[in-house]
Structure formats: structure tokens, C-alpha cells
Write a protein that binds this ligand. Structure first.
Ligand SMILES: *Cc1c(COP(=O)(O)O)cnc(C)c1O
Length: 380
């Protein structure tokens, strides 16, 4: 892609040309992602000011929120001449899957170290599609065995002479977070173009926090007054205000080290709005409130949500809309879940996966809602 086109797709680079020079980046997403009003659902809830940002369509092969981060992280892998990437996540991680898909598209091989999680149809789907895209999958019993496996792989790869790029869980390093700083600049351009009014609140799931922190930093830098409502989908120790502040500072310092004209920003306690009442039984444990929220968006607007992240965040938004003063506010739901069917995979192929992953196919999965527009698993 020509440098000019790239700069247009990355508004952060238009405003800070030094960043375009000093940051690694590969373009494989479709940006800007669209924003539009959720008319039917808004009418049901008595709100005329309900909008969605379609990061679910952030790339052609596979969308969702990991694309913005991976454009920078895989850009660094390419720049450093790495031939392999190593990443971590839970068994049904969208991050490890997105890494597998786009590493392969860039000619890199990928390894995923996976930790156990509650079972669901989407875990099965993600495992099969990762495998289909050539990812080497390892299932680790716990964090410690994951660290040991990572160490062994690292030694093996060094001996092998192939450079390995490590992508942190969720892609939430300062470099990965730049993807969501840029997303705030992208939103401001859309507001200036009249595509939507400046939102009062943006709702996002809070996992490894890169998405929420990137938006918080980007919003500060653009001067928008929008607040981020971060709906925790992981326990407090992974999503504390302390962690958010630390990541915010690290990402801000990182950007300033690459372009001294990027502003120094401050995150105040008031800027951090974390909702914890939607987590339910824990990470990736589906909730009834999530199921109901997912059903609303699916039936009214035809947009699918997932039970681990987006449905919990959307449940928080719908609860807020039950208060009359919130119905006058402009709310933006930032959809972080992929809605591009990446491949049709055959369920019975699971036997080609490492043995330890078979249990996700042989044990029961939590029920989720009926998906009418998306069926990627075929039964045989
Ligand atoms: C990874 C993921 C998130 C969490 O984003 P973080 O930046 O890790 O907080 C939210 N939604 C979906 C669908 C995801 O896959």
C-alpha cells in the first residue's frame, strides 16, 4: 500500500507525521470502520441517541478489536525480520486466532499457548479456525506451565536461528495500544464529518484493558469530552484502576518517545468508570443479562455478540438506558467482536488438534443464543 493511502487510514499519523516515520505498522484492516445509529433498538428503549462503532468489520478475513493492535505488533515483527510469532491466551481467545490469521497472511508462522477456560461453541470454532490457519497450538494446564513452554519454545527458536516476536496477552502492550489511540482520532474525524454527534459515553468490554486505555488516551489527545465506560469481563486483579493508570502512562510515554509533539495526558480518577456487576460467574462464564442483551442486538439489528465480552458490555449499556436521564445522552457501543465468518470448518476435524484440546469438543458447552445470520460450524 502506498504511504499516502496509509496515512489517510491512520489519522494519528496525519496529526503526528513523526509517528508514521517512527512506528512499525502493516495495513491489513479496513479503516475507518463505520458508525451508525441503532434505530430499531433505540426506539425499543426510548433513545434516539444510540450508536454503534463497527469494529466487528475491522478487516476482511477476520475482524474484531485485535486487528488495530496487530497492525502495529505484526508490523514490528516484520520490521525486525521475525519469522515466527508466539502469543498467549485462553483456549477460545480471539487474540490468538486473529494473530494466527494475519501472521499467516504476512508469511509468518505462529504459535499459541492456551490456558483452560469455560467451554462454549465459540471456543470450538476458534480452535478449529486457528488450526486451519496453520497455528501451532499448545494447551497449558496453568500459567506456570505456560511460562515453561514459552521458555522452551524461545530456546528452540533461538537455536533454530529464526527470530521470534512475542505478542503479549490481548496485544495490550504500549505499541498495541496505539491502535486504539488512533481509533479515537478516527472517531473524531467521523464526528467532524457529521456521521454522528460526539458521544457522551463509549461502552467497551474491559479484558487486558488495551482497548479501553487506548480509547481513554486517544480521547484525551483529541480533546473530546467523551467518557469510557469499561465493563469488566475479568476479575479485579486483571482490571484494576491501578493497571489502567499504569498502561495509560506507559502508552503515553511511549508515544511521546516516538514523537515529542504528542501531548502529555493525565488520567484522573473520575475518568475511570469500571463496571463490575456484569462479570457474573467469572471470565467466559455467560450470564443471563448477557444473553438477553445479545438477543436484543441480534433480533433488532442483526448484529451478533459473544457471551464472554461484548454481550456483558452491551448489558451494561441497556441497563443504563433504563434510566431516563441516560436516554437523552449520546451512547456509543464499540463492537469489539468479529462478525466476519472466517472459514467454514468441520466439527469432526477436532481430532487433528492436540489431544489436550479434545475435551472442548467432547464435553458440554454453555448454551448461547440462537445465531441466525452466522453459522460457521458444520455438523457431520
Ligand atoms: C479481546 C477482546 C476484548 C477485550 O479487549 P482488551 O483490549 O483485552 O480489554 C473485548 N472484546 C472482544 C470480542 C475481544 O476478543
Amino acid at each position: 500500500m502506498a504511504k499516502r493511502d496509509l496515512i489517510e487510514m491512520i489519522p494519528l499519523f496525519t496529526h503526528y507525521p513523526m509517528l508514521a516515520k517512527n512506528l512499525p505498522h502493516v495495513a491489513f484492516g479496513d479503516f475507518p470502520t463505520s458508525v451508525h445509529r441503532l434505530k430499531a433498538l433505540g426506539a425499543e428503549f426510548g433513545s434516539e441517541h444510540l450508536y454503534i462503532k463497527r469494529d466487528d468489520l475491522s478487516a476482511r478475513l477476520y475482524g474484531g478489536n485485535k486487528i488495530r493492535k496487530l497492525e502495529f505488533l505484526l508490523g514490528e515483527a516484520k520490521q525486525n525480520g521475525c519469522q515466527r510469532v508466539l502469543t498467549f491466551g485462553y483456549a477460545g481467545s480471539h487474540q490468538t486466532l486473529a494473530t494466527a490469521v494475519y501472521a499467516r497472511a504476512l508469511g509468518l508462522s505462529s504459535v499459541s499457548l492456551l490456558l483452560p477456560q469455560p467451554n462454549s461453541e465459540s471456543v470450538r470454532e476458534n480452535l478449529l479456525i486457528s488450526h486451519e490457519h496453520g497455528a501451532e497450538l499448545h494447551h497449558c494446564r496453568d500459567l506456570m506451565s505456560g511460562v515453561i513452554a514459552a521458555w522452551q519454545l524461545l530456546r528452540y527458536t533461538i537455536k533454530d536461528g529464526r527470530f521470534l516476536k512475542i505478542i503479549p496477552p490481548g496485544g495490550s502492550s504500549p505499541l498495541g495500544i496505539v491502535g486504539y489511540v488512533n481509533a479515537a482520532f478516527e472517531l473524531r474525524e467521523q464526528i467532524e464529518a457529521g456521521e454522528m454527534p460526539a458521544p457522551d459515553f463509549i461502552y467497551v468490554p474491559l479484558g487486558t484493558a488495551g482497548t479501553a486505555v487506548g480509547l481513554m488516551l486517544g480521547l484525551k489527545a483529541t480533546g473530546l469530552k467523551t467518557k469510557v465506560v469499561a465493563v469488566a469481563v475479568v476479575p479485579r486483579k486483571y482490571s484494576s484502576p491501578h493497571r489502567i493508570k499504569r498502561l495509560f502512562r506507559a502508552a503515553n510515554d511511549f508515544l511521546r518517545s516516538r514523537d515529542g509533539s504528542f501531548p502529555q495526558c493525565d488520567l484522573l480518577d473520575d475518568d475511570i468508570d469500571i463496571r463490575r456487576e456484569y462479570l457474573g460467574g467469572g471470565y467466559a462464564v455467560f450470564t443471563d443479562a448477557g444473553r438477553r442483551a445479545g438477543e436484543w442486538l441480534q433480533t433488532q439489528e442483526g448484529i451478533p455478540l459473544d457471551g464472554t465480552y461484548t454481550a456483558k458490555a452491551f448489558a451494561a449499556l441497556l441497563d443504563d438506558l433504563r434510566r431516563s436521564q441516560m436516554r437523552k445522552k449520546t451512547l456509543l457501543f464499540w463492537n469489539t467482536y468479529n462478525s466476519r465468518p472466517p472459514a467454514v470448518v468441520n466439527r469432526s476435524d477436532y481430532r487433528r488438534l492436540p489431544r489436550r484440546l479434545h475435551r472442548y469438543f467432547e464435553q458440554e458447552a454453555q448454551p448461547w443464543i440462537e445465531m441466525r445470520i452466522r453459522k460457521t460450524l458444520t455438523e457431520k
